[in-house]
Design a protein around this ligand. Structure first.
Ligand SMILES: [Zn+2]
Ligand SMILES: [Zn+2]
Length: 55
């Protein structure tokens, strides 16, 4: 059986998700968000940042 790959539904294939700490701002009270390093996005854990998941 071959495994099928599907676009990750958690990140929509982006491989990144909005940072749960800062809500995508990249900052928390004028400080750079430590969780996303100020990017506002973090690697999707469901697909390890690939945007794809195996069924
Ligand atoms: Zn953040
Ligand atoms: Zn994902």
């Amino acid at each position: 059986m071959e495994k099928e790959m599907h676009i990750c539904r958690h990140c929509g294939g982006d491989g990144k998700m909005t940072c749960p700490r800062c809500g995508g701002d990249g900052r928390i009270q004028k400080e750079t968000c430590y969780y996303c390093q100020g990017e506002g996005k973090v690697e999707c854990r469901a697909c390890d940042g690939t945007g794809w998941v195996e069924d």
